[in-house]
Design a protein around this ligand. Structure first.
Ligand SMILES: Cc1cc2nc3c(=O)[nH]c(=O)nc-3n(C[C@H](O)[C@H](O)[C@H](O)COP(=O)(O)O)c2cc1C
Ligand code: SF4
Ligand code: SF4
Length: 267
């Protein structure tokens, strides 16, 4: 993807996603594999604070984001701001942690449509919840093999529809106005200095670059999005979120949202 308008070849796939804990990435990669398009240009927005600056005029796109509080995360909207298209077909994908995806899919459809894409298919898949821990698992190890197979089959089915010339998006669940975003509240993971080796893996994993590792690990909580990429990437389990608000949320999720949900696909 270039920083100016591009004319991609018809057989090109633009794979665009934001994925701090990799569940979104793993699903969109499987959908891409199912499409069987040889030329794939990947734009991983997770570590691109300036986002994408491109205008697509050919090919097809997959755009994937996680669900935060039933919405498209604000950080994704910001990083997608410089993206536009001229009638390029798009497959939109949201990843949620086995609770609900609420208005995230309709929001992503609206955003992507406003950018000039023609949304032809949409999927809501399940990934291990960012707040999940070994002691309190929520959709642990998802997407698993069954999820990945469904994602691959989704890609194959869309490819067939494109060949048949019948790709149009049916109605998808979600409401207008979208549900309100709760304030993030300046909460961030903590670090156990006894376990921390100052290796810096958490800082490298952080999509908002709010971690500084010097003699200690310092986190700018005001800019933390609580994505939990740092807690997952810490090799010594020194990073954790034990704020009472998150603990209560985690308990609620374990109690009420442990039953396995299935991916939803619309095409
Ligand atoms: C701040 C925040 C809010 C979240 N809100 C929801 C939600 O409303 N519903 C849900 O099922 N999962 C929710 N999740 C879980 C993520 O959607 C889920 O873990 C997703 O797989 C993360 O994607 P990633 O691995 O690509 O980062 C939330 C996670 C975070 C960090
Ligand atoms: S990844 Fe873990 S061990 Fe490494 S600096 Fe961060 S908190 Fe410390
Ligand atoms: S510090 Fe916050 S934004 Fe950065 S990786 Fe950790 S949870 Fe995500």
């Amino acid at each position: 993807m270039t920083s100016s308008c591009t004319t991609a070849c018809a057989d090109k796939l633009n794979l665009i996603y934001f994925s701090p804990t990799s569940t979104t990435r793993r699903i969109v990669e499987q959908i891409a594999a199912g499409l069987k398009i040889d030329t794939v240009e990947t734009c991983d927005l997770t570590h691109r604070p300036d986002g994408i600056n491109a205008c697509l005029s050919d090919g097809i796109a997959i755009i994937g984001v996680p669900v935060y509080a039933g919405r498209v995360p604000e950080v994704c909207l910001q990083r997608l701001q410089g993206l536009s298209a001229v009638d390029v077909p798009a497959i939109i994908v949201v990843l949620y942690g086995n609770r609900e995806f609420e208005d995230a899919l309709v929001e992503l459809r609206d955003v992507v449509t406003q950018k000039g894409f023609k949304v032809i298919a949409a999927g809501a898949f399940i990934g291990e919840h960012s707040y999940s821990t070994a002691q309190q698992p929520i959709a642990a190890n998802r997407p698993d093999q069954a999820d990945l197979q469904q994602a691959f089959a989704f890609g194959e089915a869309i490819a067939q529809q494109l060949r048949d010339g019948i790709a149009t998006l049916p109605g998808i669940p979600g409401n207008l106005p979208y549900k309100e975003r709760p304030p993030l509240g300046g909460i961030a993971p903590e670090t156990d200095p006894q376990r921390c080796t100052l290796c810096g893996a958490c800082a490298r994993a952080c999509p908002t670059t709010v971690i500084t590792v010097q003699q200690t690990v310092i986190t700018d909580a005001a800019r933390c999005i609580l994505c939990c990429a740092c807690t997952r990437s810490c090799p010594t389990q020194a990073r954790f979120v034990n704020h009472p608000m998150v603990t209560a949320r985690r308990e609620m999720l374990v109690q009420n949202y442990s039953a396995r949900k299935q991916p939803s696909r619309f095409f």
